[in-house]
Design a protein around this ligand. Sequence first.
Ligand code: AGP
Length: 612
Amino acid sequence: MCGIVGYIGKRQAQDILLPGLKRLEYRGYDSSGIAIILPEKNTISVRKSPGKIRCLERLIKSKPLSGGVGIAHTRWATHGAPTKANAHPHTDCNNEIALVHNGIIENYETIKEQLIREGHIFHSQTDTEVIVHLIEKFYKNIPLEEALRKALRLLIGSFAVGVISTKEPNKLVGARSGSPLILGIGEGENFLASDAPVVLDATKDFIFLDENEVAVLAKDSFKIMDFDGKTVFKDKVRINWDIAQAQKNGYPHFMLKEINEQPKIIENLLNARINKETKKINFEEQNIPEENLKNIKNIFIVACGTAYHAGIVGKYIFESLCSIPAQIDVSSEFRYRDLLIDSNTLVIAISQSGETADTLAGIREAKKRGAQVIAICNVLGSTLTRESDGIIYTHAGPEIGVASTKAYTAQLTALYLFAFYLAGIRSVLPSSKINKYLCELRKIPKQMEAVLKEQGVIAKLSRKHANLGSFLYLGRNINYPSALEGALKLKEISYIPAEGYAAGEMKHGPIALIDEYRAVVCIAPWSKVYEKMISNIQEIRSRKGKIIAIASHNDKEIKELTGEVIYIPKTDEIFSPLLVVLPLQLIAYHIATKRACDVDQPRNLAKSVTVE
Ligand code: AGP
């Protein structure tokens, strides 16, 4: 939920750490801070500020810090309000050690009481501060990394930390257990970061730390060890994302840029996964043997938020295309259920970041019961991908906007392709039928472009409804999850109460909500349930509800029922979730911008939820 970055090298650390923090801001943005070792005086100087990174930037502009070793942090408060005192870095009693932390320490109160009894002075209400005082307690004539290992062994919870000390000013130490941490390997300089885009402009070579590992960085060397001090050798991973991908490229918001990237991303995914000649679908990172996949008896999908909505579409797809029973659950429920799964179960974990704590816990529970796990994920080397048996990368590029958009359609596309792959190897669908579907799927990128060409019309329609008090989103069958996704997008960036509902449930309660002060977005492309959606629309109309319909081109009937129609190109109903979601994303975006909301960094949210 927070973002950390560290630097050791020949350049001014503040010139690396500040831009790095800005690229981490989507992870948490209620306060931030930086600590740098000043080589002349061999002291640690700390600057902290509540509010956005620009507040810290102003502070440093007025009082710059000169030194080549430093750590920095952007916070998403869990323990202690977003104040200057609670902002990271935290220092020890003698200001000789500074530390930044991402995660939650569950047993911090008992440790804190003990340390206070031993005379340590605390300045914050955070859980984090106990770590730096624990290091201080053990840091007597031993290296910093050893004192850190001793401290970490006493902690219960999740953490990624960065630590510096004036006692060893040419050293930057990091460690992880439960929260992501990577090393950026440069020429004469090295980096610590919560994720790769942070330092992509300085290096493309990264090392992903695994659970319970400590890294010791110097200007031109690094070493990694486990929590017992045993050296660990790891390969570098090259990430060929260019920094431009992590910038707005002229768009006012990352979210709008990412919405408009979707046609190209889906086209690239289809080109990469479908062999032009043989039409064979390939998943190079998917290591589960075909034999195993042929013998699976059921599929269980586990995910959170938007990824969960993609998973519900997946459930419909696997049942109708592969004739495999498929269940889905939100990860936070899945992980505590008495799961009836075994080695005949394929668990598909969907996650943009690959670091969502509940989804990670979910797959660990599944693996304990012998299930095979496939990760559908967007981040190379993330924890989920390293703990799963097979991986299907969504290759959507870095997704910076907190509200997930392009990762969602990339997840859907991965699910369609995996379903056709399964249907093929299990001989459920003849290749002629699969090829016919693939032809239809290949039209989607162009059809997405056609929808995005109308974004001006969608913007005008959306802004007209920006002052309404609440929204209802209705869909049926494979577009029921589209209704859930539309409502989530509006909720998370405009803060307007919105509910997604299976339209067939209307008469069982929600229809009581209908009146002229509420908008109802009805998702009604051509489908086997189209007529049912039309009757829902008539029910709402007769109760003066404001209807915005998403319909297939040339649908004149729906136009008569409601003046406000957003048309999408006609496609096979099974692929319609890929098209209907674009207007849903844009409705949320334009209403939120009309209400002057911070679209890329909505209040109270963070891009990846790495704590339970
Ligand atoms: C979606 O817009 C939200 N950012 C959130 O619901 C997100 O989908 C959820 O936290 C899951 O994240 P993940 O895909 O990285 O696991």
